[in-house]
Write a protein that binds this ligand. Structure first.
Ligand code: ADP
Ligand code: MG
Length: 675
């Protein structure tokens, strides 16, 4: 048997089991060996019902009575009476009616939180595993596996028992010197310790070794990226003090200290022989665009073209407008290339770009099309970096004879803990300061019944000359739920409460030209209210808008809510954000956090804790970045892995001698590079 052997060939795996396994994306022996338990259940500490006290508990009991009833739409409650020789207690599950059949006969281990809820003590949403299903030899300390598509832990345990002899022979993946000097378990011992632990110490040392390996790979990738970038030859863009000074002087505002620092870091990178590879992180509204504008001004003066790629047409055209206002006075020309520039106009633009008569080219993905030829492309700016895949960025960078200087801008701050590991070797400029005079946005959660009251508040703001966003999550009405669609909401507001106001509608299914028109009207103050989906989420800048009402706020992610909210609070006027819930249930932690804080860096940390890195940074780029074992809060282990990764990269070790390690590191390198 090999790691590549398909699981069907393993003793005891019939066609039906094989099907279940492949549904969970487990195909080979190796897949299952690497399918690590996400926790271990200590069944040596089973308490009797008479001794139970609040907290996480495991009991061994029978189910005496069980019933399911609907509580309200979309929510079914299953209530059971559990009993052992010492007493009885109540357990409840939400939307798990199958518990009725599962718990009919026999004795089960129930593990869950014993808490005071709905006015009585009960076991909430416990897991349940049949006592007779537990393999005898391990019924003290059991690994629990993620139940992907209903895959059962006991089935995984049974098959793994067959694979145990093979696991003792797993090759070492890390350099032996590192394993020895860090005092880590060998890979095979660590895998065995995770799948067949005898006690909590086994789990701890197994985890340590595997977590170290994950972190080491990530950090090594980051080191190697840095080394690779240092080998590249870029364009030399000399600093001209008078050029920068005159640009700053013409601005309608003073730059913040953070903006000045970031601009200076970029200008310095321009002068170096190696191409810049810099991330500009600034919270929403911190003024990233003008920093890019300043750098583009410097590049143009030295005879270099700049390309700025934005994720949506709305944003691209807004950037083109902003930049041309900033740059035109200096004779720097700005062109806009999007999907809606067609026919002769497009041809003409291609010509101007190729000849270099357009100095700054702003656009969407249209920029990376084959037909676009640049002229001395020296500086590339990617706005809202996380919206693009690695490939798209590389396509754009390839359009120059030398590697251009790259500035990736993002308003989704990377949490410090993640930045330390994944982006440890990346150059980062941070705008941790909002322009002067900004007031924190007042955010508040409301029940769905509060809408009429909120309309009154919004109308008062409009009367004072401000503008408002109303955000909904879907375009068409879905009869299955109550989510308000933009279309319906738009018509409703127009025909009732806001009949006397000018209302616009914006969603992703409109033609780009229509979207642009509505957005321009709103930006020019020709509309009072914009009813929109999340297409306004990124980047849009209308400083006079001061109120945002988000319907079904519980449907959105934390970063998304922060981004959306960032559309207001862009001037010295007090701004407001109203989060309206879908129902009257308790607001999630997500919503409570966003209500409490305006700090994107703090919220990014929270989001990371709640969801993990892969979810936050999008599948395309970071899907494989989800750490299985390591946690980013383990700073001690990160420091150890960092030290070894540096040693490995700098002491000229040959990565190719470690094939499995090399494959993984290469993959991480692709995921964590900017260029
Ligand atoms: P973001 O960082 O979210 O992309 P923008 O670049 O869109 O932010 O800038 C937000 C708004 O703040 C814009 O209207 C811009 O003109 C304004 N702005 C930028 N820098 C300053 C500053 N130093 N002082 C005042 N307003 C500024
Ligand atoms: Mg922006």
């Amino acid at each position: 048997m090999l790691l590549t052997t398909s699981l069907e060939k393993v003793k005891g795996v019939g066609p039906k089991t094989a099907e279940q396994l492949s549904a969970a994306r487990l195909f080979t022996v190796g897949d299952l060996v690497d399918f690590l338990p996400y926790r271990h259940e200590d069944f040596s500490e089973v308490v009797s019902i008479a001794d139970i006290h609040p907290g996480k508990m495991t009991i061994k009991a029978r189910c005496e009575q069980i019933a399911t009833r609907p509580v309200r739409r979309g929510l079914r409650l299953t209530t059971a009476t559990l009993a052992d020789d010492s007493g009885k207690l109540q357990a409840i599950w939400f939307n798990q009616p199958y518990r009725e059949t599962q718990l009919k006969n026999g004795e089960f281990f129930f593990s869950g939180e014993f808490e005071f809820n709905y006015n009585k003590y009960q076991l909430t949403n416990p897991s349940a595993e049949k006592v007779s299903d537990m393999p005898v030899q391990t019924d003290r300390f059991l690994p629990v596996y993620r139940s992907i598509k209903g895959l059962k832990s006991q089935l995984v345990r049974k098959i793994l028992a067959e694979l145990r002899p093979l696991m003792t022979m797993l090759p070492e993946t890390l350099p032996k010197a590192i394993v020895a000097s860090e005092g880590l378990l060998a890979r095979s011992d660590a895998i065995l310790a995770m799948h067949f632990p005898e006690n909590s110490d086994d789990v701890r040392t197994g985890k340590e070794r595997l977590a170290f390996e994950e972190l080491f790979e990530l950090l090594l990738a980051s080191q190697l990226n840095k080394q690779a970038n240092a080998q590249l030859v870029g364009w030399h863009i000399p600093f001209e003090q008078s050029v920068v000074a005159s640009f700053v002087k013409e601005l309608p505002f003073d730059l913040t200290a953070a903006q000045r620092r970031a601009a200076w870091e970029i200008i310095q990178d321009f002068e170096k022989a190696t191409p810049m590879n810099r991330l500009l992180q600034g919270d929403v509204g911190s003024g990233k665009t003008v920093v890019a504008g300043l750098a583009a001004r410097q590049a143009a003066s030295a005879g270099f073209q700049t390309a700025l790629m934005a994720p949506t047409e709305i944003l691209a055209s807004q950037h083109a407008e902003t930049l041309s206002k900033l740059l035109q006075p200096f004779g720097v020309t700005v062109g806009l290339l999007t999907g809606s520039v067609k026919g002769q106009a497009r041809k003409t633009l291609y010509g101007q770009i190729a000849r270099g008569t357009v100095h700054v080219v702003v656009g969407t993905h249209a920029l990376i099309q084959e037909t676009v030829q640049f002229h001395r492309l020296g500086f590339v700016v990617i706005d809202e970096q996380h919206r693009f895949g690695v490939k798209q960025r590389q396509e754009l960078l390839k359009k120059s004879e030398h590697m251009p200087h790259l500035l990736a801008m993002t308003a989704t701050p990377i949490p410090r803990s993640l930045a330390l590991t994944v982006y440890g070797e990346l150059d980062v400029s941070i705008l941790n300061e909002l322009p002067k005079g900004r007031k924190p946005i007042a955010t508040k959660i409301f029940a769905p019944t509060s809408s009429p009251q909120l309309y009154g508040v919004i109308d008062a703001e409009l009367a004072a000359g401000r503008q408002a966003y109303v955000i909904c999550s879907l375009i068409d009405d879905n009869p299955d739920n109550d989510i308000k669609s933009v279309e319906t909401e738009y018509r409703k507001l127009k025909n009732s409460v806001f009949g006397h106001r000018r209302i616009g509608l914006l969603h992703g299914k409109m033609k780009p030209s229509e979207k642009d028109e509505v957005m321009t009207q709103f930006a020019n103050g020709e509309l009072d209210i914009l009813v929109s989906t999340t297409v306004v989420e990124v980047g849009v800048d209308v400083p006079n808008a001061t109120v945002m009402m988000i319907e079904n706020a519980d449907r959105f992610g934390l970063s998304q809510l922060h981004q959306l909210r960032g559309r207001v609070g862009r001037s010295s006027h007090q701004s407001y954000c109203y989060l309206v819930m879908s129902d009257s249930s308790k607001p999630s932690q997500r919503l409570r956090e966003i209500e409490k804080s305006n700090d994107g860096f703090y919220l990014a940390e929270v989001d990371l804790k709640l969801r993990g890195p892969g979810e936050i940074y999008g599948r395309a780029q970071h899907g494989a970045l989800n750490l299985q074992i390591a946690t980013l809060s383990d700073t001690k282990l990160i420091a150890r892995a960092q030290k070894q990764a540096k040693w490995f990269a700098q002491s000229g070790q040959n990565l190719l001698e470690y094939k499995q390690l090399a494959d993984q590191v290469k993959q991480y390198q692709r995921l964590t590079t900017l260029n």
